[in-house]
Write a protein that binds this ligand. Structure first.
Ligand SMILES: *Cc1c(COP(=O)(O)O)cnc(C)c1O
Length: 406
C-alpha cells in the first residue's frame, strides 16, 4: 500500500482549492517571502516578479522604510473611524494633494471603492452644479475597460464573463470605443456628467490610445461641462515613467483615481483626487467608509509616496522601461507580433498562431520569472520600479528563451 505524500506546495494548493472560492486560476506558485523585485516560493525558489501585484508593488516587495512606517504606526493607533479625527490623515491628504497637484482628496480602501466614490460624486455634481434633471445623469465609459469588480462597475464592462450571471445592472452608463474621439463626442448629451477612462488600458493588454486622443477628450469635456475622470489606479505612481500617466498627454483630469501603489502594496489604500468643485459637493453623511483614511493606512501611504520620490523610482521606471522595451523589441522571433508600453508598463503580444501566452508564462515561471498572460496572446511585463539595468536585461533574455520553438 502506498501513501501519497504531498509536497508542501501541493498541500497548500489543495487546501486553498478545497476551502476557497474558485474565482481565480493562479499559476501554481506558492509564495512565502518577498524583497525588492524578488519573491520566493515555499520550496525556496526565487523569482523576479514581473506583475508587481498588478502594479501595487511599484516600490518593491517589503520596502524596509514602508514596513518600518507600518510597524511603528501599528503599535500606536490603527483605526479610529472618521467619527473622530486622527493625526495621520491631515499630513497624508496634504502630501498626496501637493505631490499630485490636487485641491482635495477623498480617502478610500480598494480601487473599486475609489471608482464607485467618483461615480457617486459626479452624479451629485451633475444634479447640483450642472443642473441635470433628477435621476437622468449619464456617465460615458470605454469598451474593454477595467475599473474593478463591484456590481455597478461590472455592469458597464464589455467583457461577457465579467457580466454574465450578475444582472440586473445599474443604469446610466453609455459605452464608446476606446481611443475614438468622434464616438465620444457623439455620445455626449446635455445629461452627460462624466467620462470615466483609463490613460492606458492595462487589463485590456496595455492598450495606448492614438496620439492626440486625450487632448481632444479634454477639450470636449471642458466644452460640454463633463467631468473627466481618469482611472490611474494601475498607471499611477510611476508605473508609466511619469508620476501620473496623464503627464504623457499634457492634460489634467478633473477627478483622478489612485490606489494600488499608493501604499506600496503593503496596505489597501485608494483615493479620489479632485479639484475642489467636484469633491466639494459631498456633505457630511453623503458618503463614507469605516476604514477609509485610517491612521495605519495614512502612515503607510505617506511613506510609500516618500520613498517613491526620495529614491527616484519614477525616473528609474522611465529609464529602465525604455531600456527593457528596446531590448524586448530587438528580439527577432516569428512568434512576437508587437512590444508596446510606457515606462515599466510593458506588454509582448504574440501572433495568434504562436500557441498562446499561457505556455510562455509557464516557461517563464520555470525560469524564475513571474508574469501574467492576458487576453490569450499577450504577456504583461511590469516589474517593481526599483529594477536595475542588469535585471532588465535578464528579463529580456528569459522572454527570448521562453518563446515557443520555431
Ligand atoms: C486594479 C484596478 C482597479 C480596481 O482596484 P481594486 O483594488 O482591485 O478594487 C480599478 N481600475 C484599474 C485601472 C485597475 O487596474
Amino acid at each position: 500500500m502506498t501513501t501519497a505524500v504531498l509536497s508542501r506546495a501541493a498541500d497548500l494548493i489543495e487546501r486553498e482549492n478545497h476551502y476557497g472560492a474558485h474565482n481565480y486560476k493562479p499559476l501554481d506558485v506558492v509564495l512565502t517571502r518577498g524583497e525588492g523585485v524578488h519573491v520566493w516560493d515555499v520550496d525556496g525558489k526565487r523569482y523576479l516578479d514581473c506583475l508587481s501585484a498588478y502594479s501595487a508593488v511599484n516600490q518593491g516587495h517589503c520596502h524596509p522604510r514602508i514596513i518600518g512606517a507600518l510597524t511603528e504606526q501599528a503599535q500606536r493607533l490603527t483605526l479610529t473611524s472618521r467619527a473622530f479625527r486622527n493625526d495621520q490623515l491631515p499630513a497624508f491628504l496634504e502630501e498626496l494633494c501637493t505631490l499630485t497637484n490636487s485641491h482635495m482628496a477623498l480617502p478610500m480602501n480598494s480601487g473599486a471603492e475609489a471608482v464607485e466614490s467618483a461615480l457617486k460624486t459626479v452624479r451629485k455634481w451633475g444634479y447640483e452644479v450642472k443642473g441635470v434633471p433628477a435621476d437622468r445623469a449619464e456617465i460615458i465609459v470605454c469598451s474593454e475597460n477595467f475599473h474593478g469588480r463591484t456590481l455597478a462597475i461590472v455592469g458597464f464592462s464589455s467583457d461577457d464573463q465579467t457580466r454574465a450571471g450578475f444582472g440586473p445592472f445599474t443604469p446610466g452608463f453609455r459605452m464608446v470605443p476606446y481611443g475614438d474621439v468622434a464616438a465620444f463626442e457623439a455620445a455626449i448629451t446635455p445629461n452627460t456628467v462624466g467620462f470615466l477612462v483609463e490613460p492606458i488600458q492595462g487589463e485590456a493588454g496595455v492598450v495606448i490610445p492614438p496620439a492626440g486622443y486625450f487632448t481632444r477628450v479634454r477639450e470636449l469635456c471642458t466644452a460640454h461641462n463633463v467631468v473627466l475622470i481618469l482611472d490611474e489606479i494601475q498607471t499611477g505612481f510611476g508605473r508609466t515613467g511619469k508620476l501620473l500617466a496623464e503627464e504623457h498627454e499634457g492634460i489634467e483630469a478633473d477627478l483622478t483615481l489612485v490606489g494600488k501603489a499608493l501604499a506600496g502594496g503593503v496596505y489597501p489604500v485608494s483615493a479620489v483626487l479632485s479639484n475642489a468643485q467636484v469633491l466639494g459637493v459631498l456633505k457630511p453623511g453623503d458618503h463614507g467608509s469605516t476604514f477609509g483614511g485610517n491612521p495605519l493606512a495614512c502612515a503607510v501611504a505617506r511613506m510609500a509616496l516618500k520613498v517613491l520620490v526620495d529614491e527616484g523610482m519614477v525616473e528609474n521606471s522611465a529609464v529602465m522601461g525604455a531600456r527593457l522595451k528596446a531590448t524586448l523589441a530587438s528580439i527577432r522571433h516569428p512568434a512576437v507580433k508587437e512590444v508596446r508600453g510606457r515606462g515599466l508598463m510593458l506588454a509582448v503580444e504574440l501572433h495568434p498562431q504562436a500557441g498562446g501566452a499561457r505556455p510562455v508564462v509557464e516557461a517563464l515561471a520555470a525560469r524564475g520569472l513571474l508574469a501574467k498572460d492576458t487576453h490569450d496572446h499577450t504577456i504583461r511585463i511590469s516589474p517593481p520600479l526599483v529594477l536595475t539595468a542588469g535585471e532588465a536585461d535578464w528579463i529580456a533574455e528569459q522572454v527570448q528563451a521562453a518563446l515557443p520553438p520555431t
